[in-house]
Design a protein around this ligand. Structure first.
Ligand SMILES: O=P(O)(O)OC[C@H]1O[C@H](O)[C@H](O)[C@@H](O)[C@@H]1O
Length: 299
């Protein structure tokens, strides 16, 4: 859909407008008294979110991010779906599934009040997705911009066979300096350390990142806090409908390997992902649905 049509159908004066963004992708710019957001239908990927009370973006977006059909965008909130990580069946399909490299459709934008605005995107199966993943689905992302940022991802199984999937809201938070950042809320949980062959480990203290980190924690309720001593802010993450939380920092080794990351980017970002990852496979019966939700706020 072109920018003019998007604006004629879904803009709200002073709140929602569509512009052409990098790579020619459309971007919805959303402003409320509490925050501003930029989200592209490509991957339904949130690229930026800035609370009015804070001059720093909540999210990290790589300066070297690639905006090109078929390539994932490095930063913001990529949606990993219907699998998290490498192809679970080893068929050579893309890491993290097919949602982050497809153009979604905008289906609505709503002024919930003069304080809050939401936008909804959908991705449905096509003959092309069916050859990659043989299910009939409707995937809906709703993002609400207000006092808090809410992201809700619902999978509808439109077919007549059960569907199995893993998934994540792969949020790249911006941090002032990773070595002056801690994460609380996950201490005491036994996690799977993907940098150590999935070894099970446990720490009873706040997480501090001082090496490449890639962990899957069992986590189905409660809050996770990112305490940032440099930007002097605490980000609160509430997860619903998810059974795991993933903590990822690429450190220098992965930054060196990725064309879309700068060498020092590991200092500026930390991913805390609301997920059903690893063994936490979601099963959705025919004609049923499943929702995960993340709510982000600043303290
Ligand atoms: O480079 P990507 O395909 O975007 O994946 C980036 C990272 O995503 C997740 O956090 C995984 O746990 C990591 O193992 C992976 O390296």
């Amino acid at each position: 859909m072109d920018i003019e049509t998007l604006n004629s159908l879904y803009s709200h004066a002073g709140y929602v407008t569509f512009k052409e963004g990098p790579g020619g992708f459309p971007v919805a710019l959303i402003t409320t008294p509490h925050a501003t957001a930029a989200i592209t239908p490509y991957g339904a990927q949130l690229l930026s979110y800035t609370f009015a009370s804070d001059s720093n973006d909540l999210l990290f977006l790589s300066e070297k991010a690639i905006f090109k059909e078929g390539t994932p965008i490095r930063g913001g909130v990529p949606i990993c779906w219907p699998w998290f990580g490498p192809d679970p069946q080893g068929q050579g399909r893309s890491d993290h599934g097919l949602a982050r490299t497809r153009m979604w459709s905008v289906v609505s934008s709503d002024l919930l009040s003069d304080q809050e605005c939401s936008i909804t995107f959908e991705l449905t199966d096509t003959p092309e997705t069916y050859t990659l993943w043989p299910y009939r689905f409707r995937l809906i992302l709703t993002l609400s911009v207000g006092r808090v940022l809410t992201m809700e991802l619902t999978t509808h199984n439109l077919g007549d066979t059960p569907m199995e999937l893993t998934q994540a809201l792969h949020t790249y938070f911006s941090v002032g300096d990773i070595t002056h950042t801690s994460v609380t809320g996950l201490e005491g949980f036994t996690y799977s350390d993907k940098t150590d062959g999935g070894a099970e480990k446990k720490e009873d203290i706040a997480i501090r990142i001082n090496a490449e980190t890639d962990r899957i924690y069992p986590f189905d309720s409660g809050d996770i806090l990112i305490n940032d001593d440099t930007l002097k802010r605490t980000i609160r993450i509430k997860c619903e409908g998810s059974k795991t939380a993933v903590v990822w920092n690429p450190w220098s080794r992965v930054c060196e390997q990725k064309a879309d990351l700068s060498l020092e980017d590991y200092k500026k970002t930390l991913c805390i992902e609301t997920a059903n990852a690893g063994d936490e496979i979601i099963r959705i019966a025919p004609q049923q649905s499943h929702t995960i939700k993340a709510i982000y706020s600043l303290e």
